[in-house]
Each structure stands twice: as structure tokens, then as C-alpha cells.
Design a protein around this ligand. Sequence first.
Ligand SMILES: [Fe+2]
Length: 225
Amino acid sequence: MSDTDDGDLYFVQGLLGPMQNFVYLIGSKRTRECLIVDPAWDTDALLSVAAGDDMRVVGALVTHYHPDHVGGAMGAFAVPGGITDLLAKAPGPVHVNKLEADGLQKITGVSESDLVRHENDDIVALGDVSIRLLHTPGHTPGSQCFLVRDRLVAGDTLFIDGCGRVDLPGGNASQLTESLRRLAALPDHVMLCPGHDYGDVPTASIAEQRSSNGALVSALRSAPK
Ligand SMILES: [Fe+2]
């Protein structure tokens, strides 16, 4: 895992688990607080990264409710070290899109009192660091991405040279196309930070992805709704 140098922004991208999940820690170096994006597989490892950087974990951001991102179980597919494990060790609010909250509770067993149900374009702030929550349905109904300064944490909505599946329960191809169009409209220099390490590189600019990512190319060619 590696930290980045952007003033008071604390931003770490880490790789965890057998499904090549990217996990992120985002926070403020001034207040020494951070949130974990999609805690799963190994919360002790995530908490030790934060502790090693003298950062306090004060909650979590959820891109969507699939177990490889939040732990818990969906049928026979079970993943350790998720949201409930994190909350037992580091209590704090779990920020989730309002359309994903019921699914998150069903998959993980997290309590309603631990959830903050968000709307599109809500802001979560730590110190001077503002994280904008973009509702990007398609992979799941309440999928959301996180825009913090020039970084886009995109969950399973947009990957390097790919995009999320729409064949799982709640998936919707036309919604995903609209979400991809929205992300493609972000400024050129925004860096895509995906939810899985499926590409040749861990991050890439939106400008690069607009030309190299076939999913974005075809979304941009389709007629807007
Ligand atoms: Fe997913």
C-alpha cells in the first residue's frame, strides 16, 4: 500500500484478497482521521496501515453491497473481514447510497444505526478533505463512486479498460451506460481508481480511459437519455 502526496489529503490504495480487490483509505492528514472504502478480506491489515500512518479510522464508505467489497455472505459466497468486523474494532458511520442500504444490511448484518443513507452528490468531509458521493447505478441499483480532489474511486462501476457486470441481481445495462457517460464527463486529469486490479496499471486518467476503455467509448457513442 502506498500513500500519496497531495497536501493534507491522505489517500492510500491497497490490494487485498483473492479477487484482486482494491481497498482505499481516504482522510485528512490535518485531523489524522480517515475512512476505509470497501473494507473486506482483512480488516486487521487495513487498520494496521492506518495505525502505521498515525491515522484514526472513523468510519467506512461503501461503493456497493457485494461481499468482496463489504464482507458478509451472498448465498454460498462468503467473505471475511467486512463492515461488521471493522465496526467491532473501529466503530464509526458507514456511508452508503440509500438504494444500497437494505442490501448492505442483508448481506453483512450491519445495524441500521451504523448506516448513513446518502443521496447523489452528498459530501462527506474530514478536515479540509471533501469526498463527493456520485450515485452511479448499473452494476447494482445503489452503486456509488467517490470523487476526492482529482481522484475517482469507482468501485465496480468503472475499471481500467473495462466496466462492471450487469448480469448479477439488480444489474441494469442502460443505467450503467448513463453512469459511464457521467464519469466520462469528469475533467481529463481525474485519476480513475477502480475497485479491482483488472488492468495493466492500477490507475489511469479519465482522458486516457475515454480513448482506451471500450466500455466508455461505446457509452459515449450511445444516445443520451
Ligand atoms: Fe461488485
